[in-house]
Write a protein that binds this ligand. Sequence first.
Ligand SMILES: *Cc1c(COP(=O)(O)O)cnc(C)c1O
Length: 361
Amino acid sequence: MTRVFNFSAGPAMLPQSVLEQAQAEMLDWNGSGMSVMEMSHRGKEYMSIAAQAEADLREIMGIPSNYKVLFLQGGASSQFAMIPQNLLRGKTTADYVDTGDWSAKAIKEAKRYCSVSVVASTKEGNYTSVPAFDTWKCNADAAYLHYTPNETIRGVEFAWVPETGDVPLVADMSSTILSRPLDVSKYGLIYAGAQKNIGPAGLTIVIVREDLIGETVAGTPTMFDYKIHADNESMYNTPPTYAWYLSGLVFQWIKAQGGLAGMAVLNERKAQKLYAAIENSGGFYNSPVDADCRSWMNVPFTLANADLDKPFLAEAGKVGLTTLKGHRSVGGMRASIYNAMPEAGVDALVSFMQDFAQKNG
Ligand SMILES: *Cc1c(COP(=O)(O)O)cnc(C)c1O
């Protein structure tokens, strides 16, 4: 068996020990005589798996007790609608920060439900920076402020948390959740599709302060009502049981790595190694992103000579470094180095990049 270092932006790598445990438990989970996939979500075995996963997530993120943790389907993209449907609470405007492709999608969807005020945008600069907070035109009567702490496509990450006072802060953390410690109490709502830094695709996690839910926009489907899911412990209907289980194994793995503080040390080191390789290449490789907001998770870079893109990808593939092609809207390369990317994977990429530059420079 040969496993590659897979730099995919999502679905992405999972820790090998997690996959091995899932494999060992595949046919018979804990003496139950069945696979987790075959269990009733209301049976005692599955209920214990679900509860343990939530408890572990609460522990590693330090989620206060007045927050609900929801295990949903529909991807982060469904949240673009569910957020205004649930959080407008009689208000008619919401603030959005536009720092990239995912922000823009969230804005487009929210416009179906309310008047969106874009309080800051970096679109003119091609989404390569984070707008300074003192330039934001926030509205005191906004229902909430939405931002994207890590823009997965262009690799732009906030190194700070906006202070929005009484206006609830809403964050699309799809590609940065669990990468470093955070103070959940600063947020009204955090959401993330699982397939980047949590577990398999099919699960979406929403962490929401409980006083913000229970009042939806007229016509909101039952399945889009956070309160329904909260009151039913995410079992109003059949949840994505296997993805929830596997995510639970990832939470235990994170605990064993020293929790989010441990992940942060590793993630920062991995990112620094890769950015250093780009910076020290004498212009052979370049980062399009401002130095103060380069993502720890998604590292886009270009080759000065784009004719070398194809050979770069082909030769990287031959040595087991895969899915390095940049997003179709950006071009160049992108290395996604989420929690489960081992440091050895980054080391292998760095040494490949140095060799390639030497041969082709
Ligand atoms: C991947 C991603 C999404 C979309 O997630 P889906 O689960 O595919 O809907 C949204 N926002 C961010 C920041 C992402 O990285």
